[in-house]
Design a protein around this ligand. Structure first.
Ligand code: GN1
Ligand code: MG
Length: 338
């Protein structure tokens, strides 16, 4: 059965009628996501990828637990749509399937960069609401996820990396390695989202609605620096492409978005400031190595449309990490300003 047919087949099990019109939702690198629309309904159906998540039920369970916790605290969350028998997700041979109501009055924050502070505030509020979530309820969805050492070791094992990157990118990589030190993402352990890119914050397209944070599959015990750094890396380059932007303009955008992110966290954020300034560079450097490793290993993890996509993403993300490293001292100062 083709993926298209699988979506229609699973769609019926979530109550999506034959007459629904389907469209593919692009953007994610891992899971397959489609939207089904008919006069009385609008649903997002998603297959969690078992080639990436060793047990795809784990992210489904973790995410359901966290969504219930957030909803209980009045944080706007995506509405889960159970399957016809009442199950929150369906475990199939080709992955784990689940559905949400499609939020047609919201749009991904990556489409309106000027609204990045709004997205940051929503992420900060979500993190603050996770402070009392019992981490013991979470199972690890991906071994080594957000473990910089793990990704560094995998990348370093590829002797052909230097040649594949070329002299300029290789020099950037070595400079980042020397400057960031052994543990640039360290900090007080706390439950974090784990994928705080702009596209995972849906902003309202009309007045009277609240932003909604989505994609809790990677929720884990991590540090504030990880979610903060990943957010600002995405604000700097939401499409993971080489961007041409004057450093001053970039710094102003990052400071505004970063300050908004920290605001709902109160003094917690302030105490962490020195560790937070290099975090965007560190998260970008880690992601670059993940893309590059996947390229060198034949694109088994991040979806590509053509051979070379992960190399391009990796090189662009590495160049970004290098720019973010140069900006780190100024970013630290800008965030510390009262
Ligand atoms: C992946 O699939 P998506 O786009 O939600 C990745 C994140 C990366 C992100 C970069 C489970 O997320 O870690 O930051 O791509 N998720 C996983 O766009 O590896
Ligand atoms: Mg994700």
């Amino acid at each position: 059965m083709s993926l298209k047919e699988r979506f229609r087949f699973l769609g019926r099990r979530f109550g999506i009628p034959e007459r629904a019109k389907w469209s593919v939702l692009p953007g994610g690198h891992i899971n397959a996501t489609r939207r089904a629309r008919w006069p009385e309904g609008d649903v997002l159906l998603q297959r969690v990828n078992p080639a990436v998540f060793p047990d795809p039920e784990i992210p489904c369970r973790n995410s359901a637990l966290v969504l219930a916790h957030l909803a209980g605290k009045g944080i706007p969350t995506p509405q889960t749509l159970p399957a016809l028998g009442g199950a929150t997700w369906l475990r199939e041979e080709d992955g784990c399937w689940r559905a949400f109501e499609f939020l047609a009055d919201h749009g991904g924050a990556e489409k309106t960069l000027a609204r990045a502070p709004e997205a940051g505030r929503a992420l900060g509020a979500m993190l603050a609401a996770l402070e009392d979530f019992p981490a013991s309820q979470l199972a690890p969805a991906l071994p080594g996820y957000h473990a910089l050492d793990h990704h560094r070791a995998h990348f370093a094992a590829h002797r052909e990396a230097e040649q594949a990157l070329g002299p300029e990118a290789w020099a950037q990589h070595r400079e980042l390695e020397a400057a960031l030190g052994p543990a640039p993402l360290a900090g007080q352990p706390r439950v974090i989202h784990g994928d705080t890119k702009l596209a995972n914050v849906l902003l309202p397209l009309m007045p009277g609605l609240e932003p909604v944070v989505v994609d809790f599959d990677t929720v884990l015990l991590g540090t504030l620096a990880m979610d903060f750094g990943d957010f600002l890396r995405s604000v700097a380059s939401p499409k993971e492409q080489r961007e041409v932007e004057e450093q001053g303009a970039l710094l102003a955008r990052l400071s505004a978005a970063g300050a908004a992110f920290l605001e709902p966290l109160g003094p917690v954020g302030e105490a962490c400031l020195p560790a937070l300034a290099p975090a965007p560079a560190a998260m970008s450097w880690m992601l670059a190595q993940r893309f590059l490793t996947d390229h060198l290993e034949g694109d088994r993890y991040f979806a590509v449309t053509a051979r070379g996509d992960n190399l391009q993403r990796g090189l662009a993300t590495l160049a970004l990490a290098h720019r973010l490293l140069q900006l780190a001292p100024a970013l630290g100062k800008a965030l510390a300003r009262p």
